[in-house]
Design a protein around this ligand. Structure first.
Ligand code: LAN
Length: 747
């Protein structure tokens, strides 16, 4: 496949306060020192071989994070030597043994700063964006990185020679053209066998004219599409009065922060200069002569294999007007809009220390900053140094992560999972380290420009990744809070998070509740649902506003219940009301079959676990009519019991998320099994044999060291794109085994 074998053994993960950088042959020194020297790695070094890791997409497109795990285990693994409590019941004993083995293994994966690093890849449209930013700014990645990126891109080609939106998906025009162009940018010859076949896929499916709008955008930047083939982004909309429901400050923050730099690029019609590669690509990607393509006709052309949402008539009308406006756009207004956008981009860069909210605006902001200030500007240098925060090496190669990591999220879950039973106390150092990370990650101050740029107040909140990224998330705040309280209760640490900071955390959760009683992701819902009619993305659904979700709501209700237990006097009636309204929202979301749909992981088992967990925890405490809660919990349990597979486990595929119906996987999956088991145990489900059968699946799948194999992909966003949560295969089995053990010994 490649001329060189990947040199795995030279790659090492450096971490510092949650920051994760994969370094090729790192010397001693800090992350910043390493990044200053990253260009000095000689080509010859990349040709040295380590043999080792195998990856075969066709046996499993999910890599197992072996590069990171192998190094961590090699460095730290020791058999557990503490005293394992003994039980007369063999099933309880088996669970205890497996749980300790699992925690002992998982503890080795914790980095010195206290968090659990892990693969956060999955989407296939991210790395291409970054490579395009590097290409247009003439700032190529070092050769060692490029080789690993090629490996990744080649590794994820489907049997039909195309690529999907994500690693498990069927081929789409978006996926295929983006990976194809990336490989060409990385210097792969057009006559390479895999590219010849990919080209045939593109041409047989109508050619790149039918790429969805985000692809049209990237191709336009590369001068491989004409900007006239792209619907106007109407940059002037940023000058609308703020009270208008369609002012973009009301969009879901990811949509807002992606369409913001896109609008800048569109206003400036940024495009790479024509050169040999670009001219050749124009021939390679289309069925017709590039110069003869009728570009305005391509604006709404989308390959049938890519369509997930169809543009509404309202959007078509709006495009009609905004496209027309481009023919006479008023230049001072355009300049005013562009200046405003640039100011906003700078604010986002500064607020996040150039990490940005996510991988898409990270790449596009880099392009804007390069265009506005040049390659040698301080701003651009700060930007490109942060590209590395998004790169991850696993046995399938180097990928761009879906975020700058899932640090806080995983650490909060891991702490709660380990402390579910007393056996977690056998790992006091691990808990103390994760507590330090949770402490460090709580957001302690507002940005000077937070109100000016529409940020939700964030003191006391927690982010999904790191404090530097600093975008607060409602349910991450809830998880951070619940985890901090769980550690306080364990008595393993001297609480460093003061009572007033806990109160700030609770206030933050309260500040996020929507009038519908639910909680959304990063902000309150700021506009009505009809705004979704303006979703221009074709490949994602429900991206225009921040909706309340079952999982986010359940996490916040649980955190508030935890607060009520630990600080009974604190804002008692306000919190009581918030919990009641939250429970009401959760009940409203339940499907007639008893399940809940999960928007952020696969899928019904995930949200059903959250739903049942929140309702069960609230039961009997006077927040809601218990009879109603019990009916809902029982219905959810019947749903889960009904979905149990013959081997005792549960398994869903990613299609549950995109098709919105429970889609059973061929084999049961440990992560789904753990979620279902946790729900059933939270509900005190009567049929204990059924629970035991599920526990046996977890026991039988555990490896000798205490790990579980990586199975199917677990995470999702916007219904249609999947994302990897490498640590879930450890966290949730640990949590479920912990609960099983706790309930067994309590009996
Ligand atoms: C995430 C990751 C975490 C996730 C949870 C906390 C699990 C969820 O409960 C709330 C939503 C949130 C914070 C979330 C939102 C969307 C994200 C940021 C992501 C799935 C990670 C990547 C994704 C982002 C939108 C990817 C970039 C793609 C675009 C369409 C802009």
């Amino acid at each position: 496949m490649l001329n060189v074998k990947p040199s795995w053994k030279h790659w090492r993960l450096l971490t510092d306060k949650g920051r994760q950088i994969w370094a090729f042959k790192p010397g001693v020194g800090t992350i910043d020192e390493h990044l200053q020297n990253v260009d000095n790695i000689s080509d010859e070094d990349t040709l040295r071989f380590g043999d080792d890791f195998q990856f075969d997409k066709f046996s499993n497109p999910n890599s197992g994070d072996q590069v990171y795990r192998h190094a961590a285990i090699n460095a730290k693994f020791k058999e557990f030597t503490g005293t394992i409590p003994q039980s007369g019941n063999p099933q309880t004993q088996a669970a205890a043994d497996a749980l300790i083995k699992a925690m002992n293994y998982f503890a080795c994966l914790q980095s010195d700063d206290g968090h659990w690093p892990g693969d956060y890849g999955g989407p296939l449209f991210l790395l291409p964006g970054l490579l395009i930013a590097a290409y247009i700014s003439d700032s190529p990645f070092p050769k060692a990185h490029q080789e690993m990126m090629k490996l990744y891109l080649f590794n994820h080609q489907n049997k039909d020679a195309g690529w999907g939106m994500h690693i498990e998906g069927d081929s789409t025009m978006f996926g295929t053209v983006m990976q194809y162009v990336s490989l060409r940018i990385l210097g792969v010859d057009k006559d390479h066998g895999q590219l010849i076949r990919a080209r045939a896929w593109i041409k047989n499916n109508g050619g790149a004219t039918g790429i969805p709008s985000w692809g049209k955008f990237y191709l336009s930047i590369l001068n491989l599409y004409d900007w006239q083939g792209f619907n106007s982004l109407f940059p002037e909309m940023w000058l609308f009065p703020k009270w208008l429901p369609m002012h973009p400050w009301r969009y879901w923050c990811h949509t807002r922060m992606v369409y913001l730099p896109m609008a800048y690029c569109y206003a400036q019609r940024i495009k790479a200069p024509e050169n040999k590669l670009i001219l050749s690509l124009r021939d390679e990607l289309y069925n017709e002569d590039f110069a003869a393509i009728n570009w305005p006709k391509q604006r709404n052309a989308v390959c049938a294999k890519d369509c997930y949402t169809t543009p509404s008539p309202v959007l078509k009308w709006m495009n009609f007007f905004t496209n027309h406006y481009e023919t006479f756009a008023c230049s001072w207004l355009r300049k005013k809009a562009t200046d405003y956008i640039l100011k906003y981009l700078n604010a986002e860069d500064e607020q996040t220390d150039y990490i940005d909210i996510g991988p898409v605006n990270k790449a596009i902001n880099s392009i804007c900053i390069w265009h506005a200030y040049g390659k040698d500007s301080e701003q651009f240098k700060k930007h490109s140094a942060r590209w590395y925060d998004y790169l991850w090496v696993a046995e399938d190669g180097m990928k761009m992560s879906g975020y700058n990591g899932s640090q806080l999220w995983d650490t909060a879950f891991a702490s709660r999972a380990m402390l579910e039973s007393d056996l977690g106390k056998l790992f006091p150092e691990t808990i103390a380290k994760s507590y330090k990370f949770i402490d460090l990650s709580q957001i302690k101050a507002e940005h000077a420009t937070h109100a000016e740029f529409f940020r939700h107040p964030m003191i006391g909140s927690w982010p999904f990744s790191t404090a530097e990224n600093g975008w607060p998330v409602a349910d991450c705040t809830a998880e951070g809070l619940s985890a901090a309280l769980a550690v306080h209760h364990s008595g393993l640490v001297e609480p460093a998070i003061s009572e007033s900071r806990i109160h700030q955390g609770a206030d933050s959760v309260l500040s996020y509740q929507n009038p519908d009683g639910g909680w959304a992701t990063y902000e309150l819902t700021r506009a009505p649902k009809w705004l979704e009619k303006l979703n221009p993305s074709e490949v994602f659904a429900d991206i225009m506003i921040d909706y309340s979700w079952t999982e986010c709501t359940a996490a916040c209700v649980i955190a508030l219940l935890d607060i009520q237990e630990s600080y009974p006097g604190y804002k008692n009636s306000e919190i009581h009301q918030a919990i009641t309204a939250g429970l009401h929202f959760i009940l409203k979301q339940q499907k007639p079959d008893g399940s809940w749909y999960g928007g952020w992981a696969v899928c019904f088992t995930y949200a059903t676990w959250f739903g049942v967990e929140a309702l069960s925890k609230a039961r009997g405490k006077g927040y809601y009519d218990d009879a109603v809660l019990v009916v809902a919990i029982n219905k959810a349990c019947s749903f889960l019991a009904d979905k149990q597979k013959i081997d005792g486990g549960w398994g869903e595929t990613f299609e549950s998320c995109s098709k919105l119906v429970y889609t059973e996987a061929k084999t049961s999956q440990v992560v789904n099994t753990a979620w279902a088991l946790m729900a059933l145990m939270a509900a005190d489900f009567g049929d204990k044999k059924l629970i035991e059968a599920g526990i046996n699946v977890l026991l039988s799948r555990q490896t000798d060291l205490g790990d579980w194999a990586q199975e199917s992909i677990s995470g999702v966003f916007n219904y249609n794109c999947m994302i990897t949560y490498a640590n879930y295969r450890n966290i949730f089995p640990i949590w479920a085994l912990g609960r099983y053990y706790r309930l067994s010994v309590q009996k």
